[in-house]
Design a protein around this ligand. Structure first.
Ligand SMILES: *[C@@H]1O[C@H](CO)[C@@H](O)[C@H](O)[C@H]1NC(C)=O
Length: 326
């Protein structure tokens, strides 16, 4: 190769290298260093929409569904130690969401769950989800105006889930997110789910737990998988379009979701739904829906319901157990 040819090859290579470097840099600028997109902190594990406790045939087992604790650790311990006689080997606790936030000792409640995870199950409430969102999006205040740009919290059956109303993320959620930190929040994301199903094989009962609620047929009809927002947030449903659920009564067609169970529950007569979330209605025990948020955070009561087989009656008993909050 003569010198002239060598120089030409070198300059072509240099041009190509320069060209690719420019392309790579442009892509980098577009993708990663867009100033409107702060880098995501470590992502949390995927959260299951539904977890199941299947084929319960052991008549000694008892299950206790617990309404909104909101960080009231002492009352939670009083419920377990004094009212149900401790966390015995045959006892399973199912927390119905909003077990953190607002109250004094969220961190202790979370530690208790994680230290007893074989026996303490949990569904996520709107506040657990908002704390996770605050953790994933530390600059949340900037995002409120541009929700599409948020780093999504992902769920297994529903990708890119974003809470309906992210303006509900507060600085208190952010503070608690920092207090709990990555390790605890990621363990919660893995351990809890958005809904839980308990199959009592002896009687064929199917008990569901969800923070806000569930409609007749949800998880029971093959194509009726409720969304995360409905499960964790709704109070109302459009009686003509069940797919439209809402936290607010949007118009005269919107009714409290449990009224659908009052009317159509017989079609799913083995199903019951345990939920929290609606402190304004207080204790709300109906045939197939059991509302257990009794505003412990406002010095009222912490409510729970124990499900245990009664050998004499040949059926499961549902016993209300409450603790006074102060
Ligand atoms: C738990 O259930 C088993 C049977 O599955 C029984 O042998 C045992 O006595 C029970 N324990 C308690 C504390 O009730």
């Amino acid at each position: 190769m003569d010198n002239k040819r060598k120089r030409r090859v070198t300059s072509i290579s240099a041009t190509l290298i320069f060209f690719f470097a420019c392309c790579a840099y442009t892509l980098y600028i577009l993708n990663f260093s867009n100033p409107r997109l702060p880098p995501p902190v470590s992502l949390l594990p995927t959260i299951n929409t539904l977890k199941k406790i299947e084929h319960v045939t052991d008549l000694n087992k008892e299950y206790v569904f617990v309404g909104d604790i909101h960080g009231n650790y002492d009352e939670f311990m009083e419920l377990i130690d004094d009212k149900i006689g401790g966390l015995g080997e045959n006892t399973t606790i199912i927390l119905l969401g909003d077990f953190i936030y607002k109250g004094p000792e969220s961190d202790k409640v979370v530690s208790y769950i994680l230290n007893h995870r074989d026996q303490v199950k949990c569904v996520l409430g709107n506040h657990e989800i908002l704390v996770m969102m605050a953790y994933l999006n530390p600059d949340f205040s900037k995002w409120v105006k541009r929700p599409k740009l948020m780093t999504p919290l992902t769920f297994s059956t529903e990708s890119d889930f974003i809470p309906q109303d992210i303006s509900k993320i507060s600085t208190a959620h952010e503070k608690l997110a920092r207090e709990l930190g990555f390790s605890k929040l990621s363990q919660l994301a893995e351990h809890c789910s958005v809904a839980i199903e308990l199959d009592l094989d002896i009687t064929g009962d199917k008990l569901f737990g969800a923070h806000a609620g569930m409609l007749p047929g949800d998880f029971m009809k093959p194509n009726q998988i409720p969304g995360v927002s409905s499960l964790s947030n709704m109070k109302y449903v459009d009686k003509k379009h069940w797919s439209r659920t809402s936290r607010e009564k949007e118009n005269k067609n919107y009714i409290r979701w449990y009224k659908l169970w009052d009317k159509y529950g017989d079609y799913f007569s083995n199903a019951k739904v345990f939920y929290g979330h609606d402190a304004s209605m207080g204790l709300n025990l109906r045939k197939q829906t059991k509302g257990l948020d009794t505003a412990c955070i406002k010095d009222n009561l912490l409510s729970s319901m124990k499900v245990k087989y009664d050998r004499k009656k040949g059926q499961y008993d549902y016993t209300l157990i409450q603790v006074e909050c102060s």
